[in-house]
Design a protein around this ligand. Structure first.
Ligand code: MRU
Length: 370
């Protein structure tokens, strides 16, 4: 995507000109600084990759998976022995528990590493991480094409006015390597000239909607309005939402989806009001081992400070954090919730739109289902 006239992906290899994997450095956009500052970070080693994931400099399920893959490659560049690789794998895996893409990316690179002679491991791992990144871009572009067809259908049903789409959290290009999942159909439809408008849930407590989705849509020139998290039900009751599209951090084989906290409430409101509720995902987000998402998907609980404090830009330009609760109130911070498949109208995948069910997913991904 273009920022200030320059094309960016969310993660890339620093071009030092050296062919030696020991010199490789990974660059990412520091998403903790957005929307107020556009800054990049250099990840020199596997520990820095772990920190970037844990502190959410990089976030979003697909991007976490790709960063994990590069993190393991950085580990192999420092020490390609089995013990060092195993230790880095465990450390990277422990950074964030919910998005299954992290395990998926790490497993892919680790399997290759262990099957490769030690001297060739680091180069092989960087090549594999790069391949995972390229596949993610292709998957997201394809999700965009399939999802844009749904938006086109909605536009044809309501000629003469824009299609109103509600999204939650940030499932745009910042959450992937490029394009995004839930936002890819929006970008493709907008570029095809379909009139649309996006309702952007602010997505407390970390405000990924207000800070990241709004930043993306503004940069791309897509009409949008940021709304308080609790506004969606009201808008749906008044016919102001034509469809919802969100992402997912882990999708069970039965089509339950785990996404940013608050997604479930939007799905309930959509169900009550007959608003189609679509979830966009690459196949790397499917956890074929799990049947019941509510019972079995690990839900990350983050620092209560994210609830008790908000940060923003003050009039003098400084980014500051302020307390919004009484000192002494306790707070809890679950980062994700599970929306059962029965509330999901369809899954927008890189191979097409399917039902949120085991049969639906197997119909599209019979080769992956095992
Ligand atoms: O906590 P985050 O910001 O990593 O959560 C991101 C989301 O919940 C996204 O919707 C999800 O990863 C799907 S992204 C393509």
């Amino acid at each position: 995507m273009r920022i200030d006239g320059r094309d960016y992906r969310t993660i890339w290899l620093d071009e030092s000109g050296s062919q030696d994997p020991a010199d490789a450095r990974v660059r990412v956009i520091d998403q903790t600084r957005l929307p107020h500052r556009f800054e990049t970070l250099t990840l020199d080693n596997s520990d820095e990759a772990s920190r970037a994931i844990r502190d959410m400099a990089v976030r979003g399920a697909p991007l976490i998976g790709v960063t994990g893959a590069y993190g393991l490659a950085l580990a192999a560049a420092a020490d390609a022995g089995d013990a060092a690789i195993e230790a880095a794998y465990e450390k990277l895996l422990a950074t964030r528990p919910t998005a299954v893409n992290l395990r998926w990316g790490l497993d892919r690179v680790k399997a290759l590493l262990l099957a490769t002679p030690v001297a060739a491991r680091a180069a092989a791992a960087f090549a594999e991480a790069g391949a995972i990144a390229e596949e993610d871009v292709a998957c997201c572009a394809s999700i965009g094409d399939h999802g844009a067809a749904l938006i086109r259908d909605a536009a044809e049903k309501n000629p003469g006015r824009p299609v109103n789409i509600l999204t939650h959290c940030n499932a745009g290009w910042l959450a992937t390597v490029d394009w995004g999942t839930a936002l890819a159909p929006i970008y493709k439809a907008a570029r095809a000239g379909i009139g649309l408008h996006v309702w952007v849930d602010e997505t407390r407590p970390r405000n990924q909607g207000a800070s990241l989705t709004a930043f993306e849509l503004l940069s791309e020139g897509v009409p949008h309005t940021v709304i308080a998290d609790n506004a969606g039900g009201h808008l749906m009751q008044h016919g102001m939402v034509d469809l919802c599209i969100v992402g997912t951090d882990r999708t069970t084989r039965t089509g339950d989806v785990c996404n940013k906290i608050g997604t479930y409430l939007k799905a309930l409101a959509a169900h009550d009001n007959g608003v189609p509720f679509y979830v966009a995902l690459p196949s790397s987000t499917i956890d074929w081992r799990i049947e019941d998402g509510v019972a079995n998907i690990p839900i990350e609980e983050r620092s209560a400070r994210e609830v008790t404090h908000v940060s923003g830009r003050a009039a003098d330009g400084a980014v500051t954090e302020v307390l919004v609760t009484p000192e002494g109130s306790s707070a809890r911070n679950w980062a994700f919730d599970v929306t059962p498949a029965k509330y999901v109208t369809g899954l927008i995948t890189e191979r097409g739109v399917c039902a949120a069910s085991e049969a639906g997913l197997r119909g599209v991904f019979s080769d992956l289902a095992g």
